[in-house]
Design a protein around this ligand. Structure first.
Ligand code: UDP
Length: 400
């Protein structure tokens, strides 16, 4: 199991000592995180890294998953979409499914912890079904800059019972009924997804998936979700391909709390049939951290063409690997990328803008290398998991 000491070489002894020190008042405090999936998506990724480190510094931290039927996840996916600005038909049935699963979960779940941390909208109403004996924190991970007003109004009924909210960006604090703190998501540099790999390991793995290590690769690694716009990435690729011989990899595992993925995946397959048949476009749905690591390292350029993006851990992961990123100027992405310095930002709907930048990077390796090196440094300074640990300790010291 990983311990904070393992990160000393990366973040320095001083920071490690500081974190241990400020965690002292929290020894044996029982903290429980609740979200809706163990894998697929940024929240699961963060909790996998964070929870063991919380335990290492002396807290008693756990992680639970709310269980739900398929109709619960299709409802909460609609909520997720509407929180990012979609329309929603907020019927009584949807509300009932949402509430019922939370109530059922409460009937077989003890929460006698010192602090409860609820991630995202799925388990948000749980607070209604427990006698509140401890601080409750709501951690909203999605892009809340343009929430659907009707849904936001409904969800506020639950949010206002929380002691504090944690967000990724201050622009998401939109009429929030509670105080809030900002904690940026971050990556674990020692995980299988982010650890160093040798060139041989990378090439060997690429060949397993019929990807040619000798032809340039561009890739987007993201759930098949309309907000990640995989179809837009295909359009970008078609334009790039006219000028440069390269492959496109679209890699998106299916999260168990995201029922729309399969549909969007099939749509993408249909729209790229010829390109997938001749091996130019490779679509992967395998859940594999090693594969993500390999693709982020092997690619000449990583694209993140999101229409909305709470933060965009895939961007952080690629920056850490020194791979140049061309991404939408939206949500949490500009918190990570300063245009032209450590990556490139493009209007989310500007297909030509994306294609031109990708072509430029494929042609100019010197620029790609320089920008990539800056990207890694940005992550080293700001977006490693030890930073989240430190920020959570600050919030917990405040509420406990
Ligand atoms: N991810 C993965 N396999 C995939 C696609 C995505 O493991 O095929 C991971 C990705 O590496 C990142 C997380 O899922 O760690 C996605 O987080 P992000 O913040 O980019 O987006 P979210 O899915 O939370 O909207």
């Amino acid at each position: 199991m990983k311990v904070l000491n393992d990160y000393r070489k990366i973040i320095g002894e001083k920071l490690v000592n500081e974190i241990y020190k400020k965690a002292r008042p929290l020894y044996n405090k029982r903290v429980i995180h609740i979200n809706s999936t163990f894998y697929g998506g940024g929240v699961a990724e963060i909790l996998t890294g964070l929870v063991p480190l919380m335990n290492d510094v002396g807290l008693d931290a756990g992680w639970r998953i709310i269980r739900g039927a398929p109709e619960f996840f299709s409802t909460t996916k609609k909520f997720h979409n509407a929180l990012q600005g979609d329309k929603i038909n907020l019927t009584d049935i949807k509300k009932q499914i949402y509430i019922q699963i939370n109530e059922d979960f409460s009937s077989y779940t003890h929460l006698n912890h010192d602090c409860v941390i609820i991630h995202d909208p799925q388990p948000l109403p749980l607070i209604k079904f427990f006698k509140k004996r401890q601080p409750w924190i709501w951690r909203g991970h999605v892009d809340l800059s343009h929430p659907n007003p009707q849904l936001w109004d409904y969800l506020k009924e639950f949010i206002l019972k929380y002691d504090i909210t944690i967000l990724s960006h201050k622009e998401y604090a939109n009429n929030l009924p509670t105080d809030y703190r900002i904690v940026h998501p971050a990556i674990d540099p020692l995980s299988t997804k982010n650890m160093d790999l040798s060139r041989e390991q990378i090439d060997e793995h690429l060949e397993k998936f019929n990807i040619d290590p000798k032809r340039p690769i561009i890739a987007q690694i993201s759930r098949f979700d309309k907000w990640k716009d995989p179809l837009g990435v295909l359009e970008i690729y078609k334009r790039v391909r006219k000028e440069i011989d390269c492959q496109l990899v679209l890699c998106g595992s299916m999260a168990s709390d995201d029922p729309e993925g399969v549909e969007i995946y099939h749509d993408a397959i249909q729209k790229s049939e010829e390109l997938t048949n001749n091996g130019d476009v490779i679509m992967l749905t395998l859940e594999s951290n090693l594969l993500v690591n390999v693709l982020q390292r092997a690619s000449s350029v990583i694209i993140q063409k999101s229409i909305r993006e709470g933060f965009g851990l895939t961007v952080t992961e690629a920056l850490w690997k020194g791979t140049p990123v061309v991404a939408s100027n939206i949500g949490g992405i500009p918190l990570q990328i300063k245009n032209g310095k450590n990556g490139f930002l493009v209007d989310p709907h500007d297909i030509d803008g994306f294609a031109n930048k990708v072509i430029e990077l494929l042609k100019n390796q010197k620029m790609a290398k320089k920008v990539g090196a800056q990207g890694r440094e940005t992550v080293r300074q700001n977006f490693l998991i030890t930073r989240i640990l430190s920020d959570y300790i600050d919030v917990l010291n405040e509420v406990l």
